[in-house]
Design a binder for this molecule. Structure first.
Ligand SMILES: C[S@@+](CC[C@H](N)C(=O)[O-])C[C@H]1O[C@@H](n2cnc3c(N)ncnc32)[C@H](O)[C@@H]1O
Length: 282
């Protein structure tokens, strides 16, 4: 597990997304996750939906299922799963701006149901979901054992879980750790970036049977070149973005540099993107 040099302060994950709310939506849109390029010709909008659809498929979502979206951002994946899979989705985020945005999209008959709360203390009933997925949220949770224990608890026996995660290579060179992965964790507010071995052990430790692990690093990594180019374009053309990045009061402006580190970490192989498919036995 790669960890930031100093432990992250309480509340910094929510603060990161709250402060970068506008920038994230303007640069990338309402899906706060990588895109998936199967052919390489997809637009960014198509690529993020492809990823959401792939994940829901890995979780085994079927029409009418009760599905939990763990760390749901603006709820875009939840809305996609409602629309494309005919599911009932509960979407949980800790970021007030994301929750408010999601509510403003106008859920139909409470579907998706958007909850503003910490996944590690979610109070959702036992065995109440047929399937669950977490797209790029467990990286932000310090107590990953508890995060997976909660997923296990809320799933019915036989329920499927899909987890997309930023993953550290099993062996990284000292310079990659120092200049890429450790700063990515510190600046990107990840209390721990696990390896594939870590995630397999965490899932198994929570009681899950890990059925498949898919490496889609090469099909998702194009996200960062696009984000970097778009951010640089905004710096040239948008005074508000420029002002944000120039202001010493902006607590998360370092993320511009983090994007370049992530881009490089995929290129060197220090960072991977994996999708874990797991099942609660029974
Ligand atoms: C990279 S974004 C991914 C958002 C979303 N899954 C999507 O696909 O658009 C990370 C998300 O994880 C959520 N998150 C991180 N820690 C969380 C926690 N302890 N409880 C609930 N949500 C959490 C954040 O609120 C944020 O929405």
């Amino acid at each position: 597990m790669i960890r930031p040099r100093r432990p992250l302060a309480v509340g910094v994950v929510a603060d990161h997304y709250q402060e970068l709310d506008r920038l994230y939506r303007e640069v990338w849109g309402e899906h706060v996750h990588h895109g998936l390029w199967r052919t390489g010709r997809e637009s960014p909008g198509e690529a993020v939906e492809l990823l959401a659809g792939f994940v829901a498929g890995q979780a085994g979502v079927r029409p009418g299922d009760h599905v939990c979206d763990v760390g749901s951002g603006y709820g875009a994946s939840a809305r996609y799963v409602v629309k494309q899979f005919g599911a009932r989705v509960t979407a949980v985020t800790i970021v007030p701006a994301q929750h408010a945005y999601a509510e403003a999209t106008g859920p139909v008959n409470g579907n998706p149901r958007y909850l503003l709360r910490d996944w590690l203390d979610n109070s959702l009933p036992d065995t109440s979901f047929d399937a669950a997925y977490a797209i790029e949220s467990t990286e932000h949770m310090d107590d990953k054992a508890r995060a997976f224990a909660e997923a296990f608890r809320v799933l019915r026996p036989g329920g499927g879980l899909a987890v997309c995660a930023w993953i550290a290579a099993e062996a990284v060179r000292p310079w990659e750790r120092r200049h890429l992965l450790e700063p990515i964790c510190r600046e990107g507010r990840l209390p721990g970036m696990g390896t594939e071995t870590d995630y397999r052990a965490l899932l198994a430790g929570a009681g899950f049977a890990v059925e498949a692990v898919t490496d889609i690093s090469r099909e998702v990594r194009g996200t960062w070149g696009i984000c970097l180019r778009e951010t640089l374009r905004r710096i040239r053309t948008d005074p508000a973005t420029r002002a944000f990045l120039l202001s010493a009061a902006s607590r998360n402006r370092i993320f511009l540099l983090t994007m370049a580190r992530i881009w490089a970490a995929y290129r060197t192989g220090a960072m991977r993107y994996l999708v874990f498919r797991a099942r609660r036995p029974g």
